[in-house]
Design a protein around this ligand. Structure first.
Ligand SMILES: [Ca+2]
Ligand SMILES: [Ca+2]
Ligand SMILES: [Ca+2]
Length: 283
């Protein structure tokens, strides 16, 4: 099925409704859903009241990838793609054989591909016991807040996370300036306030050994206003595994199956200076 037909196929278009408690907004994710093995493309995000966005900002580059154990980190942070999907980078089926600068750059080049599409079945997977990961996303153009300051209305960053009970993993986001210095405030994303997807959107789980398809898990989405990072615009975002004792994260917050190794995708939404399209049920 080509992309245009997929968009036009009402049967294939899952209207993914937000039901998160405690949030003032309930965005609807419109996903062209093929199933847990296929391509599941986010087509639009709708915050209601005519605030429906279809333009996304992608990354040009991943830089400064770091793992605690350089000998194993490429295997601890992996690229996943639905086995029947061809959107997004192919999984690297083994850790790199060498850790030369060239191999490091090759891995970063693979990673960035995850952030150049909205296929929710093309994402980053962190192994359960990965002790650390971080990298910087260099965006193709500045991500801007539609309404300066911290609010819960229109999120520019959507954190999609796969978990046994929808999203269950924390992540830390920081806006960086052109020199790599942190602007604003590091923001710990709480996976306990996900927008559940209804009907559910699932993402694949691949085996560690041969990367064959094993089963699938539900995805949850968390909508984050850019103001929560303490900035109104940024072109660089550092993504990392949070550390207990920093940025408000305590051990008590890891009860109930919550963890620090997200299997995730970040989607950046252009909400600033865009022509809004009005949309109603039944269109
Ligand atoms: Ca805001
Ligand atoms: Ca906003
Ligand atoms: Ca998870």
């Amino acid at each position: 099925m080509n992309a245009r037909n997929a968009i036009l196929s009402a049967a294939a278009l899952a209207c993914v409704c937000g039901t998160a408690a405690g949030q003032t907004n309930q965005p609807v994710f419109e996903v062209d859903y093929e199933g847990p093995r296929g391509t599941n493309t986010l087509e639009a995000i709708n915050f209601g009241a005519g605030l429906r966005f279809t333009k996304f900002i992608y990354a040009n580059a991943v830089t400064d990838f770091q793992g605690t154990d350089q000998q194993r980190s490429y295997g601890q942070t992996r690229i996943v793609r639905g086995p029947d999907s061809d959107v997004g980078p192919e999984p690297m089926k083994a850790p790199l054989a060498t850790h030369s600068d060239e191999a490091h750059a090759e891995f970063e080049q693979q990673l960035v591909g995850v952030f150049q599409n909205t296929n929710l079945n093309s994402f980053i997977d962190n192994m359960t016991h990965n002790p650390h990961f971080s990298f910087v996303l260099e965006l193709e153009k500045p991500l801007k807040d539609d309404d300066q300051g911290d609010d819960d209305l229109v999120g520019e960053i959507i954190f999609f996370e796969r978990g046994a009970r929808v999203a269950n993993s924390y992540i830390l986001l920081e806006a960086l300036d052109a020199d790599g210095n942190v602007m604003g405030t590091p923001y710990l994303v709480d996976p306990d306030i996900p927008i559940e997807m209804s009907p559910p959107v699932q993402a694949c789980v691949l085996s560690t050994g041969d990367f064959s398809y094993r089963f699938s898990q539900d995805l949850g989405g968390v909508s984050i206003d850019l103001g929560k990072l303490g900035v109104s615009s940024t072109s660089r975002i550092r993504v990392s595994r949070p550390t207990v004792g920093e940025n408000g994260l305590t051990n008590a917050m890891l009860s109930g199956g919550r963890d620090l190794n997200p299997d995730f995708k970040l989607v950046f939404v252009q909400t600033y200076n865009v022509k809004l399209t009005h949309w109603a049920v039944g269109d």
